[in-house]
Design a protein around this ligand. Sequence first.
Ligand code: 16C
Length: 255
Amino acid sequence: NSNNNVTHVVNDEKTASSAEYHRLWPEIERVTKEQIKYAQMGLGNDAWHLFAEEGEMKMYRREEEVNGLVVDPLKACHVVKGVTAHEMCHYFFSPQYRYDWETTLEHMTVVENISDDTLIFLQLHKRIWPATQRDALFWSHIRQVPPNEPGVRDIWIVVNNSTELPKHPPDNKKCIRLFLTVCLLCQTIVSSPKEGASITRDNLTCKITYCSVVNPGGWAPASVLRAVYKREYPKFLKRFTAYVIDQCKNKPIMF
Ligand code: 16C
Protein backbone atom coordinates (compact mmCIF):
# COMPACT_ATOMS: atom_id res chain seq x y z
CA ASN A 1 0.00 0.00 0.00
CA SER A 2 1.68 3.18 -1.17
CA ASN A 3 -0.32 5.25 1.33
CA ASN A 4 1.49 3.75 4.31
CA ASN A 5 2.36 6.37 6.88
CA VAL A 6 1.71 9.23 4.51
CA THR A 7 0.21 12.29 6.12
CA HIS A 8 -2.33 13.54 3.61
CA VAL A 9 -2.95 17.20 3.20
CA VAL A 10 -6.43 18.26 2.19
CA ASN A 11 -7.34 21.94 1.86
CA ASP A 12 -4.00 22.80 3.46
CA GLU A 13 -5.02 21.09 6.69
CA LYS A 14 -3.62 17.87 8.07
CA THR A 15 -6.41 15.34 8.31
CA ALA A 16 -6.93 13.47 11.56
CA SER A 17 -5.87 10.10 10.21
CA SER A 18 -4.51 8.87 6.87
CA ALA A 19 -6.59 5.73 7.51
CA GLU A 20 -9.59 7.66 6.24
CA TYR A 21 -8.59 6.84 2.65
CA HIS A 22 -8.69 3.10 3.37
CA ARG A 23 -11.54 0.77 2.36
CA LEU A 24 -12.10 -0.12 6.04
CA TRP A 25 -12.44 3.49 7.16
CA PRO A 26 -16.29 3.71 7.26
CA GLU A 27 -16.38 0.57 9.43
CA ILE A 28 -13.54 1.76 11.68
CA GLU A 29 -15.31 5.08 12.18
CA ARG A 30 -18.69 3.44 12.90
CA VAL A 31 -17.39 0.75 15.28
CA THR A 32 -15.12 3.20 17.13
CA LYS A 33 -18.03 5.61 17.74
CA GLU A 34 -20.22 2.70 18.91
CA GLN A 35 -17.52 1.47 21.28
CA ILE A 36 -16.97 4.96 22.76
CA LYS A 37 -20.69 5.17 23.51
CA TYR A 38 -20.84 1.60 24.86
CA ALA A 39 -17.84 2.11 27.15
CA GLN A 40 -19.03 5.51 28.38
CA MET A 41 -22.53 4.31 29.34
CA GLY A 42 -21.00 2.24 32.11
CA LEU A 43 -23.19 -0.66 33.18
CA GLY A 44 -26.29 1.11 31.80
CA ASN A 45 -29.57 -0.67 32.52
CA ASP A 46 -28.32 -4.09 31.48
CA ALA A 47 -28.06 -6.98 33.90
CA TRP A 48 -24.33 -7.29 34.47
CA HIS A 49 -22.99 -9.77 37.01
CA LEU A 50 -19.82 -9.09 38.96
CA PHE A 51 -17.50 -12.09 38.59
CA ALA A 52 -14.14 -10.77 39.70
CA GLU A 53 -13.04 -7.99 42.01
CA GLU A 54 -9.64 -7.04 43.33
CA GLY A 55 -8.89 -3.61 44.79
CA GLU A 56 -10.22 -1.02 42.35
CA MET A 57 -10.68 -3.60 39.59
CA LYS A 58 -14.23 -4.86 38.93
CA MET A 59 -15.23 -7.27 36.17
CA TYR A 60 -18.77 -7.91 34.99
CA ARG A 61 -20.22 -10.30 32.44
CA ARG A 62 -23.54 -11.23 30.88
CA GLU A 63 -24.15 -14.85 29.98
CA GLU A 64 -24.99 -15.03 26.27
CA GLU A 65 -24.94 -17.73 23.65
CA VAL A 66 -25.21 -17.52 19.83
CA ASN A 67 -25.99 -20.79 18.02
CA GLY A 68 -24.90 -22.72 21.10
CA LEU A 69 -21.57 -20.86 21.39
CA VAL A 70 -20.69 -18.89 24.52
CA VAL A 71 -20.18 -15.22 23.60
CA ASP A 72 -20.53 -13.66 27.11
CA PRO A 73 -19.92 -9.88 26.88
CA LEU A 74 -17.46 -8.53 29.44
CA LYS A 75 -17.15 -5.07 30.95
CA ALA A 76 -14.38 -4.18 33.37
CA CYS A 77 -13.48 -1.02 35.28
CA HIS A 78 -10.21 -0.22 36.94
CA VAL A 79 -8.48 2.81 38.41
CA VAL A 80 -4.71 3.12 38.44
CA LYS A 81 -2.37 5.84 39.65
CA GLY A 82 0.65 7.41 38.01
CA VAL A 83 -0.10 6.98 34.31
CA THR A 84 -2.11 8.79 31.63
CA ALA A 85 -4.85 7.54 29.30
CA HIS A 86 -2.52 8.06 26.35
CA GLU A 87 0.21 5.93 27.96
CA MET A 88 -2.25 3.09 28.73
CA CYS A 89 -3.60 3.10 25.18
CA HIS A 90 -0.14 3.43 23.61
CA TYR A 91 1.07 0.23 25.30
CA PHE A 92 -2.17 -1.62 24.46
CA PHE A 93 -2.04 -0.61 20.78
CA SER A 94 1.66 -0.82 19.89
CA PRO A 95 2.84 -4.20 18.56
CA GLN A 96 6.36 -3.91 20.01
CA TYR A 97 5.10 -4.39 23.59
CA ARG A 98 2.44 -7.04 22.93
CA TYR A 99 4.46 -10.13 23.90
CA ASP A 100 5.48 -8.41 27.14
CA TRP A 101 1.94 -8.41 28.56
CA GLU A 102 -0.30 -10.63 26.38
CA THR A 103 -0.03 -14.13 27.87
CA THR A 104 -2.53 -15.87 25.54
CA LEU A 105 -0.30 -15.39 22.48
CA GLU A 106 1.68 -17.94 20.58
CA HIS A 107 2.45 -15.66 17.62
CA MET A 108 1.57 -12.15 16.43
CA THR A 109 2.22 -10.29 13.16
CA VAL A 110 1.16 -6.95 11.76
CA VAL A 111 -0.18 -7.89 8.33
CA GLU A 112 -1.16 -4.38 7.24
CA ASN A 113 0.03 -0.98 8.36
CA ILE A 114 -2.89 1.27 7.43
CA SER A 115 -1.54 4.35 9.21
CA ASP A 116 0.23 5.34 12.43
CA ASP A 117 -3.04 4.89 14.33
CA THR A 118 -4.48 1.85 12.52
CA LEU A 119 -2.96 -1.62 12.06
CA ILE A 120 -4.20 -5.08 11.09
CA PHE A 121 -3.00 -7.88 13.37
CA LEU A 122 -2.95 -11.63 12.84
CA GLN A 123 -2.63 -13.43 16.17
CA LEU A 124 -2.28 -17.12 16.91
CA HIS A 125 -3.46 -17.83 20.44
CA LYS A 126 -2.51 -20.63 22.79
CA ARG A 127 -4.65 -23.72 22.54
CA ILE A 128 -7.23 -24.34 25.24
CA TRP A 129 -7.54 -28.04 25.87
CA PRO A 130 -9.67 -29.87 24.59
CA ALA A 131 -10.69 -27.27 21.98
CA THR A 132 -9.07 -26.58 18.60
CA GLN A 133 -6.50 -23.77 18.57
CA ARG A 134 -7.75 -20.26 17.66
CA ASP A 135 -6.42 -17.37 15.63
CA ALA A 136 -7.75 -13.85 15.18
CA LEU A 137 -7.44 -11.28 12.38
CA PHE A 138 -8.46 -7.79 13.45
CA TRP A 139 -7.93 -4.11 12.79
CA SER A 140 -6.77 -2.05 15.74
CA HIS A 141 -7.32 1.70 15.96
CA ILE A 142 -6.12 4.23 18.55
CA ARG A 143 -7.54 7.75 18.92
CA GLN A 144 -8.08 10.62 21.31
CA VAL A 145 -11.69 11.33 22.26
CA PRO A 146 -12.98 14.76 23.42
CA PRO A 147 -13.53 14.77 27.22
CA ASN A 148 -17.20 14.87 28.17
CA GLU A 149 -17.21 15.57 31.91
CA PRO A 150 -15.57 18.13 34.18
CA GLY A 151 -12.44 16.87 35.91
CA VAL A 152 -11.41 14.64 33.04
CA ARG A 153 -8.32 16.03 31.27
CA ASP A 154 -8.32 13.72 28.29
CA ILE A 155 -9.70 10.45 26.92
CA TRP A 156 -8.05 7.85 24.67
CA ILE A 157 -9.44 4.66 23.19
CA VAL A 158 -8.13 1.59 21.38
CA VAL A 159 -10.66 -0.51 19.44
CA ASN A 160 -9.90 -4.00 18.12
CA ASN A 161 -12.40 -5.52 15.69
CA SER A 162 -12.27 -8.69 13.60
CA THR A 163 -11.92 -8.31 9.85
CA GLU A 164 -11.22 -10.36 6.72
CA LEU A 165 -8.30 -10.32 4.29
CA PRO A 166 -8.08 -12.48 1.14
CA LYS A 167 -4.33 -12.94 1.89
CA HIS A 168 -5.11 -14.46 5.29
CA PRO A 169 -8.20 -16.68 5.05
CA PRO A 170 -9.13 -18.81 8.06
CA ASP A 171 -7.69 -22.34 8.03
CA ASN A 172 -10.59 -23.75 10.08
CA LYS A 173 -9.04 -27.24 10.31
CA LYS A 174 -6.00 -27.12 12.59
CA CYS A 175 -7.03 -23.66 13.71
CA ILE A 176 -10.41 -21.92 14.03
CA ARG A 177 -10.74 -18.17 13.52
CA LEU A 178 -12.43 -16.43 16.45
CA PHE A 179 -14.21 -13.08 16.26
CA LEU A 180 -13.65 -10.27 18.67
CA THR A 181 -14.75 -6.74 19.41
CA VAL A 182 -12.65 -5.22 22.18
CA CYS A 183 -12.14 -1.70 23.45
CA LEU A 184 -9.94 -0.08 26.06
CA LEU A 185 -11.15 3.43 26.96
CA CYS A 186 -9.07 5.45 29.41
CA GLN A 187 -9.59 8.82 31.11
CA THR A 188 -6.86 10.95 32.70
CA ILE A 189 -7.65 12.85 35.88
CA VAL A 190 -5.04 15.31 37.13
CA SER A 191 -5.06 16.60 40.71
CA SER A 192 -3.58 20.07 41.28
CA PRO A 193 0.00 20.05 42.48
CA LYS A 194 0.98 22.16 45.50
CA GLU A 195 1.22 25.86 44.68
CA GLY A 196 4.13 26.57 42.40
CA ALA A 197 4.97 22.88 41.94
CA SER A 198 4.72 21.18 38.58
CA ILE A 199 2.64 18.11 37.77
CA THR A 200 4.28 14.80 38.64
CA ARG A 201 3.06 11.21 38.30
CA ASP A 202 1.65 11.53 41.87
CA ASN A 203 -1.00 13.86 40.39
CA LEU A 204 -2.20 11.33 37.80
CA THR A 205 -5.14 8.95 37.98
CA CYS A 206 -6.22 6.82 35.04
CA LYS A 207 -9.77 5.44 34.90
CA ILE A 208 -10.04 2.41 32.67
CA THR A 209 -12.99 0.73 30.98
CA TYR A 210 -12.31 -2.50 29.09
CA CYS A 211 -15.11 -4.13 27.06
CA SER A 212 -14.87 -7.39 25.18
CA VAL A 213 -17.04 -9.76 23.17
CA VAL A 214 -15.32 -12.88 21.83
CA ASN A 215 -17.13 -15.37 19.63
CA PRO A 216 -15.12 -18.62 19.62
CA GLY A 217 -16.05 -19.15 15.93
CA GLY A 218 -16.65 -22.87 16.36
CA TRP A 219 -17.38 -25.43 19.00
CA ALA A 220 -15.70 -25.12 22.37
CA PRO A 221 -17.10 -26.54 25.62
CA ALA A 222 -19.03 -23.81 27.45
CA SER A 223 -17.82 -24.78 30.93
CA VAL A 224 -14.16 -24.78 29.89
CA LEU A 225 -14.54 -21.47 28.09
CA ARG A 226 -16.20 -19.74 31.06
CA ALA A 227 -13.59 -21.14 33.44
CA VAL A 228 -10.79 -19.91 31.15
CA TYR A 229 -12.04 -16.36 30.76
CA LYS A 230 -12.83 -16.03 34.49
CA ARG A 231 -9.16 -16.68 35.09
CA GLU A 232 -7.66 -14.94 32.04
CA TYR A 233 -9.44 -11.55 32.01
CA PRO A 234 -8.46 -10.57 35.58
CA LYS A 235 -4.94 -11.87 34.94
CA PHE A 236 -4.74 -9.75 31.78
CA LEU A 237 -5.97 -6.48 33.31
CA LYS A 238 -3.75 -6.78 36.41
CA ARG A 239 -0.68 -7.72 34.40
CA PHE A 240 -1.24 -5.14 31.69
CA THR A 241 -1.81 -2.20 34.06
CA ALA A 242 1.17 -3.20 36.23
CA TYR A 243 3.28 -3.41 33.06
CA VAL A 244 2.32 0.12 31.92
CA ILE A 245 2.97 1.58 35.39
CA ASP A 246 6.39 -0.07 35.40
CA GLN A 247 7.27 1.06 31.85
CA CYS A 248 6.28 4.67 32.59
CA LYS A 249 7.70 5.17 36.08
CA ASN A 250 11.02 6.72 35.07
CA LYS A 251 9.86 8.35 31.84
CA PRO A 252 8.51 11.85 31.26
CA ILE A 253 4.68 11.99 31.35
CA MET A 254 3.11 11.45 27.92
CA PHE A 255 -0.19 13.35 27.80
O1 16C B 1 -7.70 -7.53 24.66
C1 16C B 1 -6.74 -8.25 24.88
N1 16C B 1 -5.78 -8.44 23.98
C2 16C B 1 -5.71 -7.81 22.71
C3 16C B 1 -4.36 -8.01 22.10
O2 16C B 1 -4.00 -9.33 22.02
C4 16C B 1 -6.78 -8.29 21.73
C5 16C B 1 -6.98 -9.74 21.74
C6 16C B 1 -7.97 -10.40 22.24
C7 16C B 1 -8.04 -11.86 22.09
C8 16C B 1 -9.05 -12.46 22.96
C9 16C B 1 -9.22 -13.92 22.72
C10 16C B 1 -8.07 -14.75 23.07
C11 16C B 1 -8.48 -16.09 23.50
C12 16C B 1 -7.66 -17.16 22.91
C13 16C B 1 -7.50 -18.34 23.72
C14 16C B 1 -7.06 -18.05 25.13
C15 16C B 1 -5.92 -18.89 25.55
C16 16C B 1 -5.79 -18.92 27.03
C17 16C B 1 -4.47 -19.45 27.38
C18 16C B 1 -4.51 -20.28 28.57
C19 16C B 1 -3.34 -21.19 28.62
O3 16C B 1 -7.94 -7.56 21.97
C20 16C B 1 -6.63 -9.00 26.21
C21 16C B 1 -7.27 -10.31 26.06
C22 16C B 1 -7.39 -11.11 27.30
C23 16C B 1 -7.87 -12.49 26.93
C24 16C B 1 -8.63 -13.18 27.97
C25 16C B 1 -9.07 -14.54 27.54
C26 16C B 1 -10.44 -14.54 26.95
C27 16C B 1 -10.92 -15.91 26.58
C28 16C B 1 -12.19 -15.81 25.80
C29 16C B 1 -12.61 -17.09 25.21
C30 16C B 1 -11.97 -17.32 23.87
C31 16C B 1 -12.55 -18.46 23.11
C32 16C B 1 -11.51 -19.48 22.71
C33 16C B 1 -12.16 -20.73 22.25
C34 16C B 1 -11.30 -21.94 22.50
